[in-house]
Design a protein around this ligand. Sequence first.
Ligand code: SF4
Ligand code: SF4
Length: 675
Amino acid sequence: MVAGALQLAACTRWSAGAILLFQNELRLSATLAEPGRFSALESVLLVASILVSAGLFFWRFGPILRTILRSRRDVDFSLHPIGRRVWDFFWEVLCQGKVIQQRPLPGLAHAFVFWGFLAFALVSLNHLALGFGIGFLPPASIVGNFYFLFAAAWALLVAISITGLFVRRFFVRPIWLGRKVSYESGLIAFLIFLLMVSYLAAFFVEEGGTTVKALWWTHTLALLIFLPLIPHTKHLHLVLSPVTVFLKRDGFSKIPPLAGDEDFGLIAGKDLTRLISLQTYSCVECGRCTEHCPASTTGKVLNPKEIILGLRTYLNEFGPSSDTPLLTESRIASPDNPPEKYLSMEAAFECTTCGSCEFQCPVGIQHVPVIVGLRRGATNTGAWEDNYGTKLFLALEKNGNALGLSATERDKFIQKQAFPIFDGTQEYCLWLGCMGGYDPKGREIIADFARVMQHLGTSFGVLKKEKCTGDPARRLGNDLVFQTLAENGLKAFETAKVRKIVAICPHCVRTIATDWREFGVAPEIEHHSEFMARHKDRLPKQNGESIVYHDPCYLGRYQEIYDEPRAVVSQAGLLVEAPRSHERSFCCGAGGGLAFLGEEQGERVSHVRARELAGTGAQIVGTACPFCNTMFRDALTAVSDTPPQLLDIAQLTARALPASQTQRESLPTDSGGVH
Ligand code: SF4
Ligand code: SF4
């Protein structure tokens, strides 16, 4: 049996035989009792139990592994960049960084359980080895003695943490964990608690007696019951999630390329890739994705957690070679049939592609490529029928802009503003985008940003012919329209010999910099917040007004640009933070092409965010995306009798420029707009 003593200087006494005080010296006398010899019958029982446990584990784990491996290969998968993968593994798996950061208290409890498991790996191996008389960690040795005490400290933390998580799941019951009571989670929590308690109890019993033998068997059976439960329950994430985090697709919410001419997206089980299958089986059902989803939290059908679980149910039922469609067409879903409900066309087209779900997921699940993949399957095959969608695609094909206006409208605007045409001599190509070129408010923003550039003495020109980046087509799953627009744009840059681009729209920046890469390399592009932040010392310093800054999803989570727009806002007034900001910012409701689709079900996403922004009491809402600006235009007046002013960061800056640079021609307001 294990025995050991650790001596520490101290002056207190702890009874129970664990810590003893002798002559002003604190002696921690921790003795982990070990069972005596095992009979032949006991050894046979032990071998049989291990075999049954391992058999039950592989009985379920084998088919899961086969399903993952039989899924389609991910054409774009590469281990590069390995450094990022190693870092994510270290931070998200070993440090449990994401788990703790996003939900500190339960996250820490979960982390203690995880770290405790790691600390216990050696103890458990030695524990089973003792049953065969080959224990390799002698408790009398310095290493053994130290390690058992170290594991005891972890056992205590794990026991407390698992009790806390049990109370949360079964008594507090946050809505995000789902309405169904998970008895398997209760059983798992009980087994973990039993494992820890039976280990700790062995410090307080006699060496070699019947009590310690009983404790040894209790610990062993708890361990051997726990093992096969892993693949049968959501605790499968214990095995899969480290792999999922390491292998997840590089790039935030990155939409993978299609595998060839025969690939139209995710239509049936045979289209699911290995990464998607691996991710669906890794879901721990924590509901973090749903808790932060703007669609779910405003009463839409879409629920990102159920999308992932719906795919898992599909794979279990039909397998990865099935031709059975993934999406149901019916808009009315039965709450008793999760896959039909959550893998419905309706759910797939309610996503704003804000990326909150992916950002929150602690096990590396990437929802946006899945949801856009489902949209691709529906749009590319013509299964998705939506009047607004059809109108949008026609507008993009015919007019080259999402607002469906004639290109001459843009020409007139350029002439009115006297914007120079890019001819290769200017430093920047100023990308107008659909909003900057056609939307009345977007035009005001671009005009003000042009004045900021003039104030800074930066030369720029606009493309004579510019078409949409294809962002809404891309996110709504229309690959043909997207590819046409991307190739057209790349050619336009090449012809005009553009080297540097600046844009007011984060969607344009993301699409040009990342999505267009499938078809070629675009020139360097930056968001106007980056440009202005770099020159902030030369921008006018304003005092007084409070400005609450709204992080656009496509600038923040997608491109990790948080400080630059804040630097510009701070130059223009007093920066106020919204309750949800930075990575946790709440969507405006426009992304994923939704700005161009019809009425939303449930509460409007923009209203929820506008209420939150107005609730800060700030005098101005500062935006850095023309889509957010458009969404908040009506939303702020709808949610507040005295709405704050709404200004883009370019407008915040331009309003303080000398009069000659702020005077502008009145802009037309009747040339269309989003919705
Ligand atoms: S991307 Fe945003 S809207 Fe879409 S499922 Fe995720 S959280 Fe919900
Ligand atoms: S997808 Fe990720 S965040 Fe959502 S429930 Fe599953 S593990 Fe949690």
